[in-house]
Design a protein around this ligand. Structure first.
Ligand SMILES: Nc1ncnc2c1ncn2[C@@H]1O[C@H](COP(=O)(O)OP(=O)(O)OP(=O)(O)O)[C@@H](O)[C@H]1O
Length: 937
């Protein structure tokens, strides 16, 4: 037997040896796919005498191509003169086009071999030009949005004309025109973008028989990795390159197809056998990575999908420890639990394993924040993959820069960062002028802006944009005044003009109604709208008008200072009906507020804004989130999530009593990249980034409906299947231990009260015999047991937890309460635990024995207690009142706008009663019961 087939199982051997004709290698997770590909290439060369350069292997990333080339070289003993072609789709296409693109020329018309490749910045410049030519305002249609659509069309091989014919609204028609101009401009510039590289190669091989045959003769053996993630042009390319011999081997796993949002089409792998009827299908089903328990658990989850060919993965690593499950009271607890477990693992594995490694996986980048903070508190070094540390992300830095500017307007670096982000018409030339002025006069850029506005030193348009920006920052500053009411009074006192003041009050009132969008308008009357921000879950996100509108409102006022004060009041999200009352002037109103200010039971317009309110204000008024929403790409959605998470961080800080200054310092320290270590044994990354990797210990976090599966997929069966595959990818990264976690309550967009979550359906899909509870604290009564199950069981096709598998721990585990947030942990009780007295749980003894100060859960408790942190337990009570409507938890309802849903919770009573509903189409909404127009079903 060939040396190359040694130590391979029969299916792997088959995969290596079957080199003639079409082969579909369905390689389950951890089944040695990479090993088979590299050995197959070596086999072709060594055993079948195929010249190395007759082999073309296409992979997805340059890194994978490089690694594969190294492995083949190693197997072959570095000796061969020629080498197989190992490339990505794009790099292969560049080679082809550099050589043959001129075959596409008609006479003197067409691209030449010296074509340029346009990156995203170049592409944007072209789109901007097109927008200008078509007189389309780039605020109404963002260049990135247009580019996203153009790329989508290209990935689906749709040209501008087809796009135009298929368009159903004016916006799509505009994009079709932009697409047309874009295409012509690139052509004029002898340039191709990344999508074109694939498309032009396909066009070339289709239209030039001579060229195609030459490549078919050259590459006799074709191998395509990660076939489940190929898109339409890649599929066409595969068919053209396979040629008449069709010695093509595609390798993939339909259960790991997770890139549909980039145009990948799972059908390519599902229908390969149709494309090539003589296909030999080989299944690699022996997993060498994971224990039986992990594999069975992952298999049970993915088995719920319909879009699959089906495999029976098995492993010889029988048994293994059960899949751990921890249900935390909240996100912070979840993160600290993970940090604690990581610490324990590193300590215990340190002696046995050469390099203990573990990974914390999450669905969206924003989830890393709490884990990062917990690891830092435990002084555990970690490495983040596929992204920056939370506080290093561009959008987070932008909003932090706004906050820095609010704190110190002379921070010119922060100003330069945000002055035109999102774009507000303050261009490079304006900034250069301002910076020159600042430089020559010694002023800060902020002061230079003031000067420029006052003396009208720039054209009217630039001045208008600068005024809008200045007003935004000033309004935010006013919100934070130590005594906002006093500030209102003092701002306005010098004007002493009653008519002007009352006019301003009207302006303010006008503003109240627009601040927070129409999301709530279906169920709240005008008067209570200003109150609605904190009660809305805001999953749907309508951030209301941004800066432009407020600019108009303020400009209508004849006194800009007055406008600042009033604007700010109206933007206080908690500003109650007081704003609508009859105080005849703002001064009177401010005074009235101040007098009444005896330990307020609720927020008043005169109160200084909290940190999360400031962030929400900046997010909304700057137009930042709106711009991201318009972009509507997975990337922009993830940025929005990050900004929501920043508001959550601010809420945490607020509860610790931190000021803006302290919050910014904390953020600066957290983003200190110096603390990272190359040697870090803990990796944090998204599930997408984890594909292809393996770790002895894996944490899969945030297992909650809406988070994972992501809220955008809850009502889309195809999207849900992809989320399930993502779950499968995550679970199968674990070699020895898999721990899945969930927070029962999680903060949503900086709300002061964490919101209840629903256990991810993926958890329920894992057979309970494979799961072990790791000491989750008991659930609060209203969300455990059969009520919980019945309340949600009917909402989806898949069942929700009915018993206590993912609600409450059983038996002994009940006693193990991770109560590091409890005050008594820090004092007497912690000492008693340390003494190892009977009845004391293992966890506590363990911490005491091994942890250095500031590192254990118990010490974390002291840490919080010392900082005066309040326990962030949800302040919910069991609500059984049903009010006039008779609605209660579990009731099925219909809303005129949101459709059908199930009542999740009812709070308060009488006119104040609020009702939280999980709508099938629109996610979770909190409504004022009185106005909600809910129909009982
Ligand atoms: N025949 C074999 N004998 C022993 N170990 C093997 C064998 N085949 C593969 N392995 C080991 O199994 C692990 C998984 O292999 P590999 O990374 O090639 O899997 P994969 O199919 O690419 O996984 P995934 O698709 O999940 O990323 C590796 O550690 C590899 O060394």
């Amino acid at each position: 037997m060939s040396r190359l087939l040694e130590n391979m199982n029969p299916q792997q051997q088959e995969g290596i040896r079957s080199v003639d004709g079409p082969v579909l290698l369905l390689a389950g997770a951890g089944s040695g796919k990479t090993r088979v590909i590299t050995h197959r290439i070596a086999y072709l060369i060594q055993e079948r005498g195929v010249p190395a350069d007759a082999i073309l292997a296409v992979t997805f990333t340059n890194k994978a191509a490089k690694e594969m080339a190294e492995r083949v070289d190693k197997i072959l003993g570095h000796g061969s003169l020629t080498k197989p072609m190992l490339a990505t789709f794009h790099s292969f296409c560049v080679r082809v086009l550099r050589r043959d693109i001129e075959a596409l020329r008609v006479g003197a018309v067409g691209l030449t071999k010296t074509f340029a490749i346009y990156d995203e910045t170049d592409q944007q410049a072209v789109v901007k030009q097109a927008l200008k030519r078509l007189a389309i305002d780039d605020k109404s249609l963002k260049p990135r949005v247009a580019l996203g659509r153009i790329s989508w069309a290209k990935n689906h091989m749709i040209d501008p004309q087809e796009y135009f014919l298929a368009s159903t609204n004016p916006m799509e028609e505009k994009i079709a025109h932009i697409f047309e101009i874009y295409k012509k401009e690139l052509f004029k510039a002898n340039a191709l973008d990344f999508d074109d590289l694939l498309l032009e190669t396909v066009r070339l091989l289709k239209s030039s028989g001579e060229t195609r045959e030459r490549y078919n003769r050259r590459y006799k053996y074709l191998l395509i990795d990660e076939y489940q993630d190929t898109n339409r042009p890649q599929y066409e390319l595969m068919k053209l390159l396979a040629g008449p011999d069709a010695n093509v081997c595609v390798v993939g796993d339909e259960d790991q197809s997770i890139y549909s949002w980039r145009g990948a089409d799972i059908k390519n792998i599902l229908e390969f056998e149709k494309d090539f009827p003589e296909t030999k299908t080989i299944r690699l089903e022996q997993n060498y990575r994971s224990t039986q328990v992990i594999l069975e658990g992952a298999g049970a989850v993915v088995a719920q999908n319909t879009q699959r060919k089906g495999k029976n993965l098995f492993t010889t690593r029988e048994g293994g420890s059960l899949i751990g499950y921890y249900e935390a009271p909240d996100g912070e607890n979840e993160a600290l639990f993970i940090a604690d477990r990581v610490q324990r693992y590193l300590r215990e594995a340190g002696g046995q394993v050469d390099l203990p490694r573990c990974a914390v996986l999450y669905r969206t980048n924003s989830q890393s924040r709490l884990v990062e903070e917990a690891l830092r508190r435990y002084q555990i070094q970690y490495h983040m993959v596929g992204g920056f540390s939370f506080y290093d992300r561009a959008e987070v830095k932008d909003i932090l820069s706004y906050m820095k500017l609010v704190q110190n307007v002379h921070d010119s670096v922060a100003l330069a960062r945000v002055v035109n982000s999102p774009p507000r018409g303050i261009g490079k030339t304006t900034m250069e002028t301002l910076e020159r002025m600042a430089l020559s006069s010694g002023m800060s850029t902020w002061d230079a802006i003031g000067h420029t506005i006052e003396d009208k030193l720039l054209p009217a348009r630039a001045l208008q944009s600068l005024s809008g920006f200045r007003r935004l920052i000033e309004d935010a500053r006013a919100m934070l005044g130590p005594d906002f009411a006093e500030k209102l009074a003092s701002d306005l006192a010098p004007a002493n003009d009653a008519s002007l003041l009352s006019e301003t009050v009207e302006d303010a009132e006008a503003d109240v109604s627009f601040g927070f969008g129409e999301e709530n308008s279906g169920f709240e009357p005008e008067d209570t709208r200003a109150n609605s921000f904190d009660t809305s879950f805001n999953f749907g996100f309508d951030f209301g008008p941004s800066e432009e509108i407020s600019t108009i409102a303020a400009e209508n006022s004849s006194d800009s200072n007055a406008a600042h004060g009033i604007d700010s009041a109206s933007f206080n999200p908690f500003a109650p009906v007081v704003l609508k009352r009859s105080a005849s002037t703002t001064v009177e109103r401010a005074a009235e507020i101040k007098m009444a200010d005896e330990k307020p039971a609720f927020r008043k317009p005169g109160d200084a804004a909290t940190l999360p309110e400031l962030i929400k204000f900046l997010n909304d008024r700057s137009g930042y989130i709106r711009a991201l929403e318009e972009e509507a790409t997975p990337e922009s959605f993830s940025r929005i999530e990050n900004l929501k998470e920043l508001a959550n961080a601010a809420q945490d800080a607020q509860e610790r009593g931190e000021t803006l200054h302290e919050f910014l310092d904390h953020a600066a320290l957290v983003s200190d990249a110096d603390s990272y270590s190359e040697e870090a044994r803990v990796t944090l990354m998204t599930l997408h980034a984890a594909k292809g990797l393996e770790f002895p210990l894996v944490f899969l976090t945030g297992m909650e409906e809406g988070l994972f599966p992501h809220s955008r997929t809850l009502t889309d069966p195809t999207g849900l299947e992809e989320e399930r595959r993502l779950c499968y990818v995550g679970m199968t990264r674990a070699m020895d231990t898999l721990i899945m976690t969930r927070a029962r309550y999680r903060r949503r967009y900086g709300s002061d009260m964490p919101e209840a979550s629903i256990a991810s359906r993926f958890l329920e899909e894992i057979p309970s015999k494979l799961v072990e509870d790791l000491g989750s604290p008991p659930a609060r009564p209203q969300f455990s047991g059969s009520d919980y199950g019945s309340a949600y069981g009917g909402a989806y096709a898949t069942p929700y937890p009915k018993a206590n598998k993912f609600g409450r721990p059983n038996g002994e585990e009940n006693e193990r309460h991770y109560s590091y947030e409890d005050e008594d942990q820090s004092g007497e009780r912690a000492r008693t635990q340390a003494s190892g007295l009977p009845g004391v749980n293992n966890r506590a003894r363990y911490s005491d024995r091994t942890a250095a100060p500031g590192q254990s859960m118990d010490n974390i408790a002291s840490f919080f207690a010392a900082r005066g942190k309040k326990i962030s337990r949800p302040k919910l009570e069991v609500q059984e009142q049903t009010g006039k409507t008779g609605l209660k938890q579990g009731s099925r309802v219909r809303h005129p706008k949101y459709g059908e849903g199930i009542v999740f919770r009812r709070e308060g009573d009488g006119d104040d009663a609020k009702i939280t509903v999980q709508f099938q189409q629109h996610g979770v909404k909190k409504l004022v019961e009185k106005f909600a127009q809910l129909e009982r079903l």
